[in-house]
Design a protein. Structure first.
Lengths: 213, 134
């Protein structure tokens, strides 16, 4: 406990000394198909004009950690520079047969499953390196999934500031209140990364989050 | 009135209970190994207490590594049921002290099953449902 307090104290001093010189590492975490890459793409498109990664309806489209080194996000005439880190979705099970439903060949499905398992391991390894994390959840899914709780629990244990994003609010089944009820101690922002809905509120929250670094 | 669902036939499955005393003295690696050994035996495991957040991620990492190496292993389904609804600071502090003395949150239960047996664990604040694979 005492070690943790000292560690955080020195981390804060170090960060304040070098704040102007380094980029804030912003990680996107969450279960598969929640829209992490869609959100990262939306931010990149808004501020750099380029996308970050490919998106698909098939789960585990992102199977490697992807970076965008220098993204200047501007909100109300203030600019912060982020290093964006888009991570593969974290899951407790991966069955290649699930990919066959998307008309994928068996060999391709098995390879995708193998890469996806490696992607989950890679995502978890990167947790320690993040300055702030956006946990992206699908607002139309049940938020009481243990993976969500595990990710948030680990961020809290590592003292990493967290923002929860309830994505896909454009869907009829979306229910932000359910996510707020599941995680009452955290700020939840409802957005649609696909349609760019409510992004201003999201950027405001990101700036608040960055202040905690 | 409680609605009764049609009770269809289900194939047998094995449920194993692991009291916290059996894993108290184990380090994280040993705990994860013990859990995965039980799961690989096609058992649904109920653990008294809950794992630390770091142990949960370690369990996921080791599960992913196992999927690559163990044929027909597809991963796990995991859920924690906790009576963690303490609202005020005093109650939370009391709970933390009790947890520190016992070495775990003994008011919680962790359910882990192999994904080939447990299709899904549906959880909400009021109930938990284990859906089995046919």
């Amino acid at each position: 406990m005492v070690i943790k307090i000292f560690k955080n104290f020195f981390k804060k001093i170090f960060n304040s000394l070098f704040r102007g010189k380094r980029h804030i590492k912003l990680g996107f975490y969450g279960p598969p198909n929640s829209g992490k890459t869609s959100l990262a793409n939306r931010i990149c498109k808004d501020f750099t004009g380029e996308e970050m990664g490919s998106v698909s309806k098939i789960p585990h489209e992102t199977r490697n950690v992807q970076f965008k080194e220098k993204v200047d996000i501007t909100y109300k005439e203030k600019t912060l520079t982020f290093k964006m880190v888009d991570t593969p979705g974290i899951a407790t099970k991966i069955d290649y047969e699930d990919f066959l439903k998307f008309k994928m060949k068996k060999k391709e499905a098995k390879e995708r499953a193998r890469e996806a398992t490696q992607g989950v391991i890679e995502s978890i390894k990167w947790l320690d390196d993040m300055d702030v994390v956006v946990v992206v959840l699908d607002a139309s899914e049940n938020p009481y999934n243990q993976v969500n709780i595990t990710i948030i629990g680990n961020l809290v244990a590592r003292d990493i500031p967290v923002l929860i994003v309830a994505n896909k609010i454009d869907l009829r089944k979306a229910n932000i209140k359910k996510i707020e009820a599941a995680f009452p101690e955290y700020e939840v922002v409802g957005i649609s990364a696909k349609f760019g809905k409510n992004m201003e509120e999201f950027y405001e929250s990101i700036f608040k989050l960055a202040k905690q670094v | 009135m409680v609605k009764h669902r049609h009770l269809g036939k289900i194939r047998g499955f094995s449920l194993q209970f692991l009291p916290f005393n059996e894993i108290r003295s184990l380090n994280s690696s040993e705990r994860i190994k013990k859990i995965l050994d039980i799961i690989l035996g096609n058992n649904i495991l109920i653990i008294q207490g809950r794992l630390l957040p770091e142990e949960e991620t370690r369990l996921i990492e080791d599960t992913m590594a196992m999927i690559k190496h163990v044929k027909s292993f597809r991963g796990i389904e995991l859920a924690v049921i906790s009576g963690d609804n303490k609202t005020n600071i005093l109650q939370k502090a009391r709970q933390n002290i009790a947890n520190a003395i016992s070495g775990a949150d003994l008011g919680a239960l962790t359910i882990i099953g192999p994904a080939t047996v447990v299709k899904e664990i549906k959880k909400n604040p009021r109930k938990i449902e284990l859906l089995l694979n046919k």
